[in-house]
Design a protein around this ligand. Structure first.
Ligand code: DAH
Length: 373
């Protein structure tokens, strides 16, 4: 029996001394595993005489049960210690302030777009949109660009490959083709309006702005191959240049949030307007920055004019009955001017650091010009 007593004492001591769960598991395998020391003893029972087995059997089984119980007890104790250590190490300090959460920013173009829409909406303009892929008719022909005229190339047009009908579509070079689409729609409604009067108690037949993406093969600090324009179109029976001038001057004062902005109209040429003009704002460009509302310099910010009679005819409107004005802003450029972004190309480089710096909070305070956020 002393061999069993010694084995038990050794095993019990080893169990107590096992430093961690892994060491204890190695010990269990060495004693109780398939060829462990206790398992080997149990195997010897088969070869014993019944008398001998009656005496040794309970002794070996008792040893096995006590050692198994000691291992289980030690395992529970070691696991409790390991859990305590883990809990202490991973303790959460609820008094610490949480790490700042990364917030998305509103892209300046979208911010400027919202500001522009809010101002024009207050003046009674509705919103219209058109496709980015245009046909030659809407982008050029209906807008009075003569066929094969160099003016079509003046826009550095991105032409698409010929389709199955031999037609080459374009990525629209400006938002002006939407003028054509809107006027064509008006034309469809005209017979009913002439009979019953325009809807909405003498509302003007057309007063829309058209924001959207435009494309030209051009890239430098003030040009990007994709940029954003906002077209404006007003058509009614007695519209003149004074309406155009007031609309643009009012918009500019509200957009730049100061009545000090000084503007000037300069004659220009566009195929789709007659007369045509560009509007400049007084600015100061000294010191590498552009400041609006002071200085001796002028910066062009919008092309405009009275809708050309040929354009009205091209959409089926009678120029003797209907007149109107149109204008086209570069949205990105307007943003660069107001918020001081020196290179337009950065706007579309998708650099998160740039957006972090120049972007706007999605929860901005209301715009003082419009009261809208
Ligand atoms: N479409 C012109 C451009 O992209 C801008 C423009 C000028 C639009 C005069 C107009 C306008 O509606 O009347 O250069």
């Amino acid at each position: 029996m002393t061999d069993l007593t010694t084995l038990e004492a050794d095993l019990a001591a080893a169990v107590t001394a096992a430093p961690d769960v892994a060491a204890l598991e190695a010990l269990r395998v060495a004693a109780l595993g398939k060829s462990g020391s206790i398992s080997e003893l149990l195997k010897t029972l088969g070869a014993m005489s019944p008398d001998e087995r009656r005496e040794r059997g309970p002794a070996i089984n008792g040893l096995r049960d006590r050692i198994a119980a000691a291992i289980a007890g030690r395992k529970a104790a070691l696991e409790a210690v390991e859990l305590d250590v883990k809990l202490a190490a991973e303790r959460v300090d609820l008094t610490l302030s949480p790490p700042p959460e990364r917030q998305g920013r509103v892209h300046p173009t979208m911010q400027v777009l919202d500001e522009m829409i809010a101002i024009f909406a207050e003046m009674g303009f509705g919103l219209a949109e058109g496709p980015d892929i245009e046909d030659d008719f809407h982008n050029f022909t209906a807008l009075n660009f003569p066929p094969k005229h160099p003016a079509r190339e003046m826009h550095d047009t991105f032409w698409l490959p010929e389709d199955e009908r031999g037609e080459r579509k374009v990525l629209r070079t400006h938002t002006s083709p939407v003028q054509v689409r809107v006027m064509q729609r008006l034309n469809e409604k005209l017979p009913a309006w002439v009979a019953n009067g325009p809807p909405g108690n003498g509302e003007p037949p057309i007063r829309v702005i058209v924001p959207g993406r435009t494309y030209r093969s051009d890239s430098d600090a003030t040009h990007t191959p994709m940029f954003h324009q906002m077209e404006g179109l007003v058509i009614d029976r007695a519209i003149h240049m004074g309406h155009l001038k007031w609309t643009l001057e009012t918009f500019i004062a509200r957009y730049f949030e100061t009545p000090l902005v000084e503007t000037r109209f300069r004659p220009h040429h566009f195929p789709f307007t007659e007369p045509s003009a560009e509007m400049d704002v007084r600015c100061d460009r000294s010191g590498g920055e552009v400041r609006i509302g002071q200085g001796d310099d002028w910066m062009e910010i919008v092309g405009c004019g009275m809708v050309h009679p040929n354009v009205l005819k091209n959409v089926g409107l009678d120029p003797d009955q209907w007149q109107g004005f149109a204008f086209g802003f570069g949205i990105d450029r307007l943003g660069a001017l107001k918020y001081g972004m020196p290179d337009l190309r950065d706007m579309f480089a998708s650099d998160a650091r740039w957006l972090e710096h120049y972007g706007f909070s999605a929860f901005a305070a209301p715009n003082p010009a419009t009261g809208l956020s």
